[in-house]
Design a protein around this ligand. Structure first.
Ligand SMILES: [Zn+2]
Length: 307
């Protein structure tokens, strides 16, 4: 090979490499830049604009109408279930809301958040992060996954009422909505259709660090945390350390359903009046959403292998 041919071959190889490289960049962009963080922030702003919205309050009904309206506007089939549990403040009306994206299969993957804010007697608690963040993100995920479901599974976007305890957390005074939801599914003989639950809670703070939650299913958190690491978000999806949460995933876990709780409990404004919009990071909300979206095909694959 003479020198000029060698140069030409080298140039051709470089061009091919650059082309491949740019394709892989495009591919990564398609995988990552999908969640509209500004839209998520607008949802959260709207949710907290109704003020404190503990279960049974007028404000909570308005938040519920907003959520149902958004799901409907994106073409999801919307369901609600109203129930009246006994709480330390007497019977309260609560409503679980869920939007359905029908898949090729009847089996269901649930993505969930709670949409109540914790009741406080002595101050006004908005809960921008707890749990406006996960509610806003869930609405955006519902919009996107209605357009493009990367799995054969049906997807349910469930907004639980009554996650928070009215007073101190006990097994009776907490997670009213998810306990009722599992009871309802059992009564309708639908619980066996639930293949997995992905729960989001407090996912919007600026110093977001997500550690694997100890009551969550090993393989499910492994897929999500590996995905986070592969996408370059290992600082948020921390592979070191664990966290433990009593949350809406527990009633499903007790039934043997694979569950994961994506939560950062280490939040300086947790259950404080300062849990407001300015404490949130649109970027971190986008990252959590993108990682969950990118994890879905692998989760569905694993479920098919060993349901
Ligand atoms: Zn809370």
């Amino acid at each position: 090979m003479d020198f000029s041919i060698c140069v030409k071959v080298s140039i051709a190889l470089c061009a091919a490499f650059l082309l491949l490289f740019s394709f892989s960049c495009l591919d990564t962009a398609a995988q990552t830049g999908r969640v509209d963080a500004e839209q998520v922030m607008r949802h959260i702003e709207k949710i907290i604009s109704y003020g404190p919205h503990p279960p049974g309050s007028e404000a909570q009904k308005e938040v519920g109408s907003y959520i149902a309206g958004q799901l409907q506007s994106h073409g999801l089939e919307v369901h609600t279930h109203t129930f009246h549990p006994v709480t330390p403040l007497g019977r309260r009306e609560m409503t679980n809301i869920w939007g359905v994206v029908k898949g090729k299969e009847d089996s269901i993957i649930i993505l969930a958040s709670h949409y109540d804010s914790k009741y406080f007697e002595d101050f006004s608690f908005l809960g921008a992060n707890d749990s406006g963040s996960s509610s806003g993100l869930l609405l955006e995920l519902a919009r996107m996954l209605k357009q493009d479901n990367p799995t054969d599974y049906s997807l349910w976007f469930v907004f639980f009422d009554g996650e928070e305890a009215f007073f101190d957390w006990t097994s009776a005074d907490s997670i009213y909505g998810s306990r009722e939801f599992v009871r309802m599914l059992k009564g309708r003989n639908q619980l066996r259709k639930i293949s997995a639950l992905i729960l989001l809670d407090m996912v919007g703070e600026q110093d977001l660090v997500l550690r694997k939650e100890i009551n969550s299913t090993h393989w499910l958190k492994q897929i999500i945390w590996d995905q986070g690491g592969e996408m370059g978000y290992g600082d948020i999806f921390q592979s070191r350390g664990t966290t433990g949460a009593q949350d809406d995933h527990l009633p499903f876990a007790r039934e043997g359903i694979p569950v994961v709780d994506i939560i950062d409990l280490d939040y300086a404004y947790w259950h404080k009046k300062e849990d407001t919009l300015d404490k949130l990071s649109p970027d971190n909300l986008r990252i959590v959403g993108d990682v969950v979206l990118a994890s879905l095909p692998e989760i569905a694959k694993r479920l098919k292998e060993s349901p």
